[in-house]
Design a binder for this molecule. Structure first.
Ligand code: IVH
Length: 716
């Protein structure tokens, strides 16, 4: 391909890819498989590498991130970013309407919208190209976060249709619950402080210096306001402008309504006050805006906010109750988390008995005393938290909550790592909850996948002195475990319910466990490395380390400097790895695992080496369309885990096709012409059902049951 041809192809690929992005993220109607999409993107990446002079600011390759921002530039807003005045009850909304009606004699139409709970952003478009994203800052000037914002798939880099030469789109960057929960689970798993709520997580993410990390965090964005010079405004009203923006490629919520009177507005507010619990992201109220631009001009602004709009804030889901006691829980990395036990109270449809207190600093900031009356809040799917203390009700004799100095489980003196808020129990190899936590991590699905040992069974084995660390699992015999029994209490953090359960190792259970332990010996090295539970070494990092180092011995012998040369391994992770392998006891455990036959070397991958024990071994499978019980990636993972090979295009060598909804017509034609069997999602699942390896079944993500975009449809 010569230079001219490359330029044309780069242009063409950019357009095709952005169109697929739009179909997938905005319309939720993909027309291409993930694999085919990746092929197009890879082609573009490699052409741009060859001809960097043709990389444009709106190229889809800019979305994957990569650039590091040392310092965000402060940029003055062309149009100030105002805020809205708030109202907290319908009377205040009525006052707002009455004030408007005093100035405007004609009929006034209102647009009611969701008030997204994230961070506001101003997006500048010049000749249809996204050029700049600036945070609100102080309203007059904000930070240029363009590189990070480009990674958000719902923000168009290039517009379609008949757009003005220059304008700004205002909107909110949000973090969906699915991303928030995944990030926090990983942070907790890695011994990092979780984010308090999705808004904080979104704000923290957009200010990250590494745009690649931003890309991973899966932010989303909704547009709600178009700004341009008054004499250039081509629309008569707000609603029209948003409908046009949607045509140009912007993500505009479906959940808005044109309202003629206060009753319509009240209905909208009440509907969403209830239904917001089902949304896949947080909203904190409703925004009510005058629709007509001429009427807006007449109404004008106060110093801080427009007179033509108001925010109705939902009452925070808050309750008042008494603090009874504080538990100190020990995590698998030894982190101590204080948890408040409360007098049970009704909050947002559930009974709350416990709330997280995060860490010692949090308790100090609240100046928390036993028996205090506290406010508890709950938002989204998050565990409730204590937000304030009612000092007027504090009894003189009540005792301040003091953070413990010794581990509640093993009595070891706690330590505090400089620069971190958390306290730790350093007795990692002798402290029971840390040992059990590590074993539970070791057997988890993404690690060794010995799931038949879950739900309290580890506790029974540990209490019976059968396992003192995870290497002991490989010495277990059927006769050791058959017949064991114990009544245990399971504490569900989410529902806050404790349930009592009898754990018993009957014949079938005992056999399954011994089988699963045996099978785990073939789990690939990267997952074994992850299973070891080294602090800060998550699933992805373990994969990168395994690939870069090739074997456990190379990792054990590597210096901190050598480790930091691995992609995504910084000083903190490298030191943690070094610490882990410097402990003689860990080396002994590794040696026992090695003797048991676990994989401590990176396998050389070739088609023949694929898991030949799997039910799909030797098969080439094409996955196409949209699925209802799992995401496409989860189906592909399942295929790989069962020994099959994912291929992108149909050929005579294709074993069969797994087709979801909206399989491309071209693919269907080709399959029929070649006589390749097309299996529906249900048929495929039935085929593998019961024949799966224990390490093969990814649980469907909560998002995949909500459809591609993860948005619930309501017909308001
Ligand atoms: S309109 C002139 N619409 O709420 C004000 N704002 O205090 C233009 N927000 O800073 C804002 N959802 O970050 C508008 N549908 C919506 C909104 C919304 C969330 C945020 C925005 C703004 C704050 C108002």
């Amino acid at each position: 391909m010569n230079k001219e041809e490359a330029k044309v192809r780069i242009n063409e690929l950019s357009q095709i890819i952005e169109n697929h992005n739009y179909n997938y993220y905005i319309l939720a109607q993909p027309t291409i498989s993930d694999y085919d999409f990746d092929m197009l993107l890879n082609e573009l990446i490699s052409l741009e590498k060859q001809y960097p002079e043709f990389i444009t600011a709106d190229s889809p390759t800019q979305r994957v991130g990569g650039d590091i921002t040392k310092e965000f530039q402060t940029v003055k807003h062309r149009y100030p970013m105002l805020s809205l005045s708030n109202s907290y009850n319908i009377e205040e909304v009525k006052d707002f309407i009455t004030r408007i009606k005093k100035t405007i004699e004609d009929e006034v139409e209102f647009v009611c919208e969701l008030k997204f709970d994230g961070i506001s952003i101003s997006l500048t478009y010049e000749n249809g190209i996204f050029v700049k994203a600036v945070t609100r800052g102080d309203g007059t000037q904000g930070d240029d976060v363009t590189t990070n914002v480009k990674t958000i798939r719902t923000i168009p880099l290039k517009l379609k249709g008949d757009y003005p030469d220059f304008f700004e789109m205002r909107g909110e960057i949000i973090m969906p619950h699915s991303s928030f929960n995944a990030i926090n689970a990983e942070r907790e798993d890695l011994g990092q402080q979780p984010f308090a709520n999705p808004r904080n997580a979104a704000a923290g993410t957009i200010k990250l210096q590494d745009s690649k990390e931003v890309a991973k965090r899966k932010l989303d964005q909704y547009c709600y306001f178009m700004m341009m010079d008054d004499d250039k405004m081509i629309f008569k009203n707000h609603y029209e402008s948003l409908m046009a923006a949607r045509q140009w490629g912007f993500n505009v919520s479906n959940f808005m309504a044109l309202c003629k009177n206060v009753d319509d507005i009240e209905d909208f507010i009440n509907y969403w006050d209830e239904k917001r619990k089902e949304l896949p992201f947080d909203i904190d109220g409703i925004v009510i805006k005058v629709n007509d631009f001429k009427q807006r001009e007449i109404l004008g602004f106060t110093a801080k906010s427009p007179r033509w709009a108001i925010a109705y804030k939902f009452k925070a889901e808050e309750a008042h109750t008494q603090l009874l006691s504080v538990d100190f829980q020990v995590g698998r990395h030894g982190t101590i988390t204080p948890v408040a036990n409360l007098e049970p109270v009704q909050l947002a449809g559930t009974i709350v008995k416990r709330a997280t207190l995060h860490n010692a600093d949090f308790i100090e900031q609240l100046d928390l005393h036993y028996n205090d009356i506290v406010s508890v809040e709950k938002g989204g799917e998050i565990i409730p938290k204590i937000t304030s203390v009612d000092l007027s009700q504090r009894k003189e004799e009540s005792q301040k909550v003091a953070f413990i100095t010794r581990c509640p489980e093993c009595g070891t003196e706690l330590v505090n790592i400089e620069g971190e808020t958390a306290w730790y129990c350093p007795n990692s190899l002798g402290c029971p909850p840390q040992i059990k936590g590590r074993i539970e991590h070791f057997i988890s699905r993404k690690a060794m996948n010995i799931e038949s040992l879950g739900e309290g069974k580890v506790e029974v084995l540990f209490d019976n002195n059968l396992i003192k660390d995870y290497s002991d699992l490989y010495n277990l015999k059927y006769n050791d475990i058959f017949g064991l029994e114990k009544i245990i209490t399971i504490d569900d953090e989410k529902t806050q319910e404790k349930s009592v359960r009898k754990v018993s190792f009957k014949e079938k259970t005992a056999n399954n466990i011994i089988d699963a332990i045996e099978k785990s010996k073939s789990v690939p090295f990267a997952r074994v490395l992850f299973a070891l539970g080294i602090k800060f070494v998550g699933e992805t990092t373990a994969k990168l380390i395994a690939k870069a180092m090739g074997s456990i011995d190379n990792i054990i012998n590597a210096s901190v400097e050598e480790l930091t040369e691995i992609e995504e391994v910084g000083e903190k992770i490298a030191v943690s790895i070094k610490d882990f392998f410097s402990d003689e006891r860990n080396i002994n455990i590794i040696n026992k695992l090695r003797e048991a036959g676990l994989q401590f070397e990176q396998e050389k991958k070739s088609a023949k080496d694929d898991d030949s024990s799997g039910v799909l071994s030797g098969m080439s499978i094409v996955v196409s369309g949209v699925f209802s019980t799992m995401s496409r990636d989860e189906i592909k993972e399942l295929i790989e885990n069962l020994g099959g090979k994912n291929v992108s295009s149909i050929s005579s060598k294709t074993s069969f096709i797994v087709a979801g909804d909206k399989m491309g017509p071209e693919k269907r034609k080709k399959a029929e012409a070649l006589g390749i069997e097309i299996k529906s999602e249900a048929e495929f699942l039935e085929m593998i059902n019961g024949k799966q390896n224990h390490n093969s079944s990814p649980t469907p993500s909560p998002e995949s049951t909500l459809g591609v975009q993860g948005v619930l449809e309501f017909d308001f």
